[in-house]
Each structure stands twice: as C-alpha cells, then as structure tokens.
Write a protein that binds this ligand. Structure first.
Ligand code: SF4
Length: 255
C-alpha cells in the first residue's frame, strides 16, 4: 500500500481520499501558495460557467473521454518522492470544494507532513466550512461586487452565485486562516466601477491581500470571444486606489 493513501479517509466525510477526482498535477510551483514551494492538484468539476473560463472541460465532474487525467495515487507518489523538497500542496480546480473527497485528501496530505492550500471561488460554503480547519492558506476568487447578484450572474452564468460566495467569505474570515482575494477582470463584464466596488467591499470587510488578474487574452471558449484589453484598463486612478485599499496588492497577467 502507498503510505498515506488511506490514512485520511473519513474526516467529517465518509468519502475516502482515493475517490478524489484529480484532473492534473503541477509537480512544482513557487507562485500558487505564497512563500511555499508547492505542488498543485487540479480537481475535476465546477458548478459555474465563467465567461473567461480557460478550463471548460473541467466543469463537469466526469473526466473527458480520451483526455488524460491524474489520480490521488499519483499525488501521493509525488509527495513521497518530494519529501523535504516541497512545503505544501494546493488544491485547485475547477472548484475543489465540489469534490466530496477533499476533506479526507487534506487530512492525508497534512498527515504526510505537508501544508495545505486551497483555491476556491466560494461556490460551496458547507464544504468550505468542513475543510477550513485543515487549511493553511486560501486563494479566494472575488468575481464581482459581492452583494450584486446580477453582476455575479453575468460572470458565472449561474443564479445564486453571490449568495454562496458571501456565505463562504463569512466562513473564511471568521476562521482566521490567511487568505488572498483575487479578481479576474475584463471591462466587458467588470467595468472599472464594479472592479472598485468589489475591491472596496473586500477592504471594508477585512481583506488585506488582493491580486488583480487582468484577463488580457481570454480564449472565449464558452461565449463570444472577449476583445483584447488595453493597458488603460484599469486606469491609473483605479490602480492607485487598489494600492491604497490593501496592505498587499499584486497585479498579475492572465494570458
Ligand atoms: S470558477 Fe473557475 S473553473 Fe469554474 S467556471 Fe469559473 S473560471 Fe472556470
């Protein structure tokens, strides 16, 4: 038996880690888990259909036929080989909280001596609540002004997205687990006024780390392609305001 393979089964969930649907693994990254050398496990499945989604084949919980995927066993083998070289594992997606085996997987990864990170859009507050005590850091997407359901639906294509996100934010904030909010922005679905409303709400509600990810060359796989974004989005004034609002502000290219 591979060490650690079953040790995390059934934390608050009856679903064992072996059932985790791992679409792919990045064996080494310095940028996905701040301050740590980490591996990233991308989990299959997401309930949303974001206008800028670059991985639409990961939205279904089923693996795409003919497309190679990884497994929990692959992740455990990688961690066994990289003991002492990696600090942690980030579970990303898709939406990792869509996977009922996530709690067992996080527990097993911690038992193997690694730290744990999560990238989530907040679509599943109950699952987040279940796993929050097993996390060392969270990257939390903020897709639109938090209390504007219509703006959220324009981005995710799914009614009720904002309500789920708000509940997830409340859980995350109350937990004390360090987190970064990140917004993937394009003027077609997030005009500057909405970008600022999003950022101001986050700052007012205690977010200290914020990353702006500008959607410069979106593939437009699901919807009509979004046009290229000029360097004037967002404006200098909006950028200065973002820098002022947060303790740590980062701008990333997303192309
Ligand atoms: S939350 Fe992420 S994986 Fe899900 S549809 Fe949006 S961009 Fe794609």
């Amino acid at each position: 038996m591979i060490p650690g393979l079953t040790s995390g089964a059934a934390v608050n969930s009856e679903i064992p880690a072996e059932r985790l649907r791992v679409a792919g693994i990045t064996p080494f990254t310095t940028i996905d888990f701040p301050g740590r050398l980490s591996a990233v496990a991308f989990l299959q499945g997401c309930p949303w259909k974001c206008v800028y989604c670059q991985n639409p084949w990961m939205q279904s919980r089923e693996f795409t036929e003919g497309l190679e995927h990884a497994s929990w066993e692959d992740l455990v083998r990688l961690l066994e080989r990289r003991r002492g070289l990696l600090d942690g594992v980030v579970f990303s997606g898709g939406e990792p909280c869509a996977d009922p085996a996530l709690p067992a997987a996080l527990k097993a990864v911690r038992e193997m001596g690694f730290q744990t990170g999560l990238h989530t859009g907040g679509a599943y507050p109950r699952r987040l609540e279940e796993v929050i005590g097993l996390l060392d850091w969270v990257g939390f997407d903020a897709k639109a002004p938090p209390e504007d359901e219509a703006a959220w639906q324009r981005v995710t294509g799914v009614p009720g997205s904002a309500a789920h996100w708000l509940e997830s934010f409340r859980i995350l904030k109350a937990s004390g687990v360090p987190f970064e909010c990140r917004t993937t922005a394009h003027p077609d679905y997030l005009p500057e006024t909405d970008l600022l409303r999003t950022a101001r709400w986050l700052a007012e509600h205690g977010a200290e780390d914020f990353a702006l990810q500008i959607c410069r060359r979106p593939p437009g796989v699901l919807f009509a392609p979004l046009p290229a974004v000029g360097s004037d989005y967002p404006s200098k004034e909006v950028r200065s305001e973002l820098v002022r609002l947060f303790k740590h502000f980062t701008e990333r290219r997303n192309d």
